[in-house]
Design a protein around this ligand. Structure first.
Ligand code: DOR
Length: 438
């Protein structure tokens, strides 16, 4: 691999408190120079002119669905990781709601070996909390921990039984793994299709109240306090949840939280016209919720942004609203969507990048401390994007098999130009030229 010089970009790396125009040199898969000075002269290297572009650590997604094993018609590890790379991600953590679910070592090993063989970026699996995600008995946590999962979750379902959830939190401490919590009171969401409110009433669709998320969250915060375990809240969607997490953090409960690009930028109005591509769980909420979520990001009640990339087939969505699957294909529109918050002055660019790089790396813990940084000597996982480039979302161009986004045809401002994983270009915009020197 030839050394690659990324010249004159605006380098933003929150892990080093860095925001300056500088050069970055990658040699043998590692960051070998970072600074304003000219790099040592050498021959035979490639140059990427990054003037006007942002250069930052590769994005880390703590929440996505890669669907393999079992649902390869929706996504494969090859297509999912290519889509992630196009979105600027160099590490993704995949949820265990596959078939079979990731509740034992062989299934986790399968995902890891498939990711090594056909993935273009790093894939870190998440294991189940309960066997078969059935919510009846705990999965073998020790076995999952030694297989290398980065957390435990029954995502897409909550752990309904409070006693079992308490036990899961208790045991998880011994393995230092966070419990990643899908907060949903199933009795309140049964039959629900979208956010409960005037619009659901007008559309004649059964609603999912904010209280369904908040009631489950309140229980699990109490259990995290009781057990002292690490709890990570997936896809926070309501203003009330922000209040609950804020209080929990003030009390010293070990809780972290994520929000998705779609919950930060789209409202329940997207369901008008019965667009099944806007059907997602938790549902898109109201403008008031969005404002609270952005507030939460800005004052660190929300630690990170995660996509909850949930690819589905056309058949899964081309049906009446009540029958359609929940989920949005999110990797390839994440940055463009999130940049709208920056362009509108609601979030600063530095904070956005921190929530996609350094902060998720912190949740992954010491074992992964080399991720989320482009400090000298770290693995060269780098994302380069144009903050101002406008482009039209066309799902035909997606690398993901999941074309299920309500954003098809929308104009987004902010585009990934290149993604580099361990020094290798795994995605490159057609307009970006790389020159060979020496
Ligand atoms: O919308 C969703 N889709 N929410 C989830 O919790 C699961 C996900 C999926 O797996 O499709």
């Amino acid at each position: 691999m030839k050394p690659l010089l990324i010249r004159g970009g605006r380098i933003i790396d929150p892990s080093q408190n860095m925001d300056e125009i500088a050069n970055l040199l990658i040699t043998e898969g590692k960051i070998s120079h970072l600074g304003r000075e000219k790099t040592p002269p050498q021959s035979g290297y490639d140059v990427l002119e990054a003037q006007g572009l942002i250069v930052c650590p590769g994005f880390i997604d703590l929440h996505c669905h890669l669907r393999d094993p079992g649902y390869e018609e929706k996504e494969t590890i090859a297509s999912g990781t290519q889509a992630a790379a196009r979105g600027g991600f160099t590490t993704v953590c995949c949820m265990p709601n596959t078939s079979p679910p990731l509740d034992n070592q062989p299934t986790v090993d399968y995902v890891k070996s498939k990711a090594e063989a056909e993935g273009v970026i790093l894939v870190l699996p998440i294991g189940c909390i309960t066997k078969g995600r059935r919510g009846e008995e705990l999965a073998e946590m020790g076995e999952l921990a030694s297989s290398g999962v980065i957390g435990l979750s029954d995502d897409s379902s909550p752990v309904v039984n409070s006693r079992l959830m308490r036990q899961a939190l208790d045991y998880s401490r011994a393995f230092g793994l966070p419990i990643i919590d899908h907060c949903e009171d199933m009795a309140l969401t049964e039959g629900g299709q979208m956010n409960e409110g005037i619009i659901s009433t007008k559309l004649g669709l059964q609603g999912i109240p904010a209280a369904a998320e908040e009631a489950a969250l309140a229980r699990d915060l109490a259990l995290a306090e009781l057990t002292g375990a690490k709890l990570h809240i997936a896809h926070v969607s309501t203003e009330g949840s922000i209040g609950l997490i804020r209080c929990a953090k003030e009390k010293g409960i070990r809780v972290s939280a994520e929000v998705t690009p779609h919950h930060l930028t789209l409202t329940e109005e997207r369901a008008i016209g019965y667009d099944t591509n806007a059907k997602v769980n938790p549902p898109l909420r109201t403008i008031k919720d969005i404002e609270a979520l952005i507030g939460g990001l800005n004052d660190n009640v929300i630690d990170i942004i995660a996509t909850d990339h949930a690819p589905h087939t056309e058949a899964d969505k081309l049906c009446e609203f009540a029958l359609a699957e929940f989920g949005i294909s999110g990797f390839e529109t994440a940055l463009g969507s999130l940049m709208s918050l920056v362009h509108d002055g609601k979030l600063n660019l530095y904070t956005l990048i921190a929530k996609l790089t350094y902060e998720p790396a912190k949740i992954l813990g010491d074992k992964y401390q080399k991720l989320g940084t482009i400090a000298l000597g770290s693995p060269a996982d780098v994302t380069i994007f144009d903050p101002d480039k406008e482009w039209v979302v066309d799902t035909k161009d997606f690398a993901s098999k999941g074309k299920n986004t309500p954003l098809n045809g929308s104009v987004l401002k902010g585009k990934v130009m290149a993604t580099i994983f361990r020094g290798k270009l795994v995605c490159q915009d057609n307009s970006l030229k790389i020159e060979t020197l020496g």
